[in-house]
Design a protein around this ligand. Structure first.
Ligand SMILES: *Cc1c(COP(=O)(O)O)cnc(C)c1O
Length: 421
């Protein structure tokens, strides 16, 4: 019978909670601990104390709905308001900037796209809009533009492993509404030349979105620590909006990001209103409806727990790890770090050796890594504790490279597809 496909039907009678929790423990036997030291993919660990504070804050609000912040949960409104002010300061946003807390980078980005689209339609009469994005822009720009009926003009190369600024400029046409730069982009780890892209945007009266989903809560502290980070925020004239994820290097639990708009007036094109609905007037600036208050509570708690001092320490530790990894990798003759990474992650390629075989060798030794392409590369994303295992990783890497060189180790021939594991 069709309802018994796979022998899983809707449970007829309930089971004791303990049995269920035991079954979950059994189901998770093959899972990684997200904070595992050998996990060099996106995991965003800020230390066990930070994770604990974030969890306690999350759990406190686990039953609260952000949508009810004006009525039932004014505490949530306080968190949002305060976090927005903190982020505006961090990003050198003008007094008149406006911001929206969202469920993640994807929501922040779709709101930026929608706002830019509706504004360009109203003020410039652009009915068939396009945006111009670097080759390395996060794949959600393509996905979300598809949802919104926006064409994406994507560059096909990344000179110096950064955005192809000249190509972007040449691609502008009468229907272009937005230019995008990332700091840093996920596949490369090198901050795009935001100042140059923003200058072009200004010259052509275009919206410039900076995708700081990864670097938003790390690069400001890297700058303060004296590292060389190109300007990427509202201190750059021409930057119209920024997206940044608390659930990455802001160390909140997942489901929390922010979209900041340079000018509060822009929010007119972001919100959506349904007047005279059965349940009254409906207005929302988000795509999400009901959502848990836990994520924003955890973001607020972590900002207050770490403060600038704590973020400087944690960021310094991430960079210490990145430098140890990168120096060790560059010391291996066949390997090369792509460009000069400024954030928490970086990619490296292999000269004359199959990088996928090297990746297989590392995975066989229990390292979780990402694979990049154009060029084929291994992508590592670090958190503050990874400097502790730099030596172990590099030892394994040297041995794996030797095994690939001697022909002892060959690629299994399967590339990983981001998002499908
Ligand atoms: C993570 C990420 C996003 C958006 O991601 P969500 O998974 O929706 O939070 C956007 N841009 C970059 C560069 C990212 O790394």
């Amino acid at each position: 019978m069709s309802q018994h496909r796979n022998q899983i039907g809707f449970p007829q009678i309930g089971k004791p909670a303990k049995d269920i929790l035991d079954a979950m423990d059994a189901a998770r036997v093959g899972d990684w601990d997200w904070f595992s030291l050998k996990n060099l993919t996106a995991s965003y660990y800020g230390g066990s104390d930070v994770a604990e504070v974030a969890k306690d804050a999350f759990v406190k609000h686990i039953g609260d709905n952000v949508v009810h912040q004006t009525g039932l949960h004014p505490s949530v409104r306080k968190y949002e308001t305060e976090v927005i002010e903190m982020v505006k300061e961090l990003f050198h946003a003008p007094e008149n900037a406006a911001a929206t807390i969202t469920t993640g980078g994807s929501e922040s980005i779709i709101l930026a796209l929608k706002t830019a689209r509706d504004r360009a339609r109203e003020l410039k009469g652009i009915a068939e809009p396009n945006i111009i994005v670097p080759q390395s822009a996060y794949a959600v720009f393509n996905k979300l533009s598809h949802f919104l009926g926006i064409e994406v003009i994507q560059m096909d190369k990344s000179p110096d492993y950064r955005a192809d600024v000249a190509g972007m400029k040449a691609a502008i046409n009468k229907n272009t509404i937005m230019l995008v730069g990332s700091c840093p982009p996920f596949p490369l780890g090198v901050v795009d030349p935001i100042e140059e892209i923003a200058a072009i945007a200004q010259e052509h009266d275009l919206w410039m979105h900076v995708d700081a989903c990864i670097g938003g809560f790390m690069l400001p502290f890297a700058t303060d620590l004296g590292y060389d980070v190109p300007n990427f925020d509202f201190s750059v004239p021409g930057v119209t909006s920024m997206s940044a994820d608390f659930h990455k290097y802001g160390y909140s639990y997942r489901g929390c990001s922010i979209l900041v708009l340079r000018d509060a007036e822009l929010i007119n094109w972001q919100g959506f209103e349904v007047a005279n609905w059965n349940a009254g007037d409906y207005y929302s600036k988000n795509t999400a409806g009901s959502r848990n208050s836990g994520p924003i509570a955890s973001a607020w708690a972590v900002f207050n727990y770490l403060g600038r001092e704590g973020f400087l320490r944690v960021t310094g530790d991430v960079i210490k790890g990145r430098e140890a990894f990168c120096n060790g990798i560059n010391a291996i003759e066949e390997l090369e770090i792509l460009g000069t990474p400024q954030g928490p992650h970086f990619a490296f390629k292999a000269d004359g050796l199959n990088i996928l075989a090297i990746a297989d060798g590392l995975m066989d030794r229990g390292w979780a890594i990402n694979i990049g392409s154009k060029p084929d590369a291994i992508l590592l994303m670090l958190s503050c504790h990874h400097h502790e295992i730099a030596d172990d990783f590099l030892k394994d890497l040297r041995e794996v490279v030797e095994a690939v060189k001697s022909g002892e180790l060959k690629a299994k021939g399967e590339e990983e597809v981001y998002g499908i594991y």
